[in-house]
Design a protein around this ligand. Sequence first.
Ligand SMILES: [Fe+2]
Length: 435
Amino acid sequence: MTATFSDLQLEEIAKRHGLTLEQVCPPSHEQRLEELRAQLARQDVAYSIPQDVAEKYFQLAKSGAPFGVGSLTDESVDLGEFENHQRFDDYQIAEHLSWACLIVEQQKTKYRYACREYLEGEQLFAIRGTTIPDYYLLNARIYQATGWQLATVSEIIPAELFFTCHSRRFFPVTTFMRQLEQDYLQEPDIGHDVAGHVATFTIPAVAHVMRNHGQARDIVYAERDAKLANASTDEERQKISDWADELLLYAGRIYWFTVEFGLVMQDGDVRDFGAGILSSPGETIFSIDSPEPSRVLIDPANDADLLRLAVTDYLISEFQKTYFVMSSFDRLESLSPERIVWAAKRAMELPHYTWREIAPGDQVINVGRVVTGVNEKYFRLHASDSLDECQSRCAARNLDMIVAGFDEGKDYADLKLPPPLVPRSVVEWWRSRLV
Ligand SMILES: [Fe+2]
């Protein structure tokens, strides 16, 4: 819910960001239609829209129907209970102002910290501006440049649906705008989805990784369905469904550390391209300048590095503790659906690292102030000392595996070096708790 602000408060906030309330007055329906008409007619684009399709799309917008799922191709996606619509005329001035303030603050940090390709992509979609983008127009622009479309959702959607959208080149977007002057929020809003993600579609390697995550989901679910066809009990069926969802969780970590929170080396400097970072001006600065997080260079074409992403647990509630820096965008092209599924399956068999740890074999750019040793989580758990949710989840999972017979000295062959052995006393303590 948007908090209520007086006109005077709105004026003061606008002024603080170099804006006026006149600037955040949204365009009328007629003005938006005029712009949409011109956009749909463009032929100097990668994906031009046939006249009959454009006319149908225009008439839908003209009718006042709220935007739901892009309809510029025969492809569509069923969003089920998560279906939502953008009702542009319902946005209040405070929401447009929140967008405008975010864009102003983003501009200050992006020019310094974002990679070149991101800045070029942003120009292409013209997502700047002082009012929330009209999704009819934005969807047309995105389609014409990349072949992707928007699908409007009500909240964070399950990984399975998220990746189903990706496999069909639909990007799920929410319709709510964060509170005025809120820098970071864990759930995606228009600021995250549009100001953060949309420009990344124009980076071919990123669009490729996004699509391939969708296709990785298709592989996992085809395998799941084949297994389900041979299952005879509810328990067996539940286990198979859980197995597929766990694989998507680990595949999602690769997406998280690249598309959402990825950094890249560019001309000898570390630069941002992750949408989660770039939609937060605060994290944009933090990700590159702060001594707190660790930064690790990875080559996504290397299996051990890819696996490193899949075995790293994280939280969504605060700034990242470790950032992975891609050696170059070109190397992201290697993330095929098959390699993503391979890494997810291998991650299922291995103990995991937390987002605070440096793993043996990491090519470290800097060790962050918040780093912890890989065994610290076990000792802290044993001593009932404070742990974040990620550390306690990871420690418990790893100890469960070791008690079940995992050999830490041997079974880490896919990683560059085996991790330090978990102290026997802690393993025995954990075993005794399970009895
Ligand atoms: Fe995102």
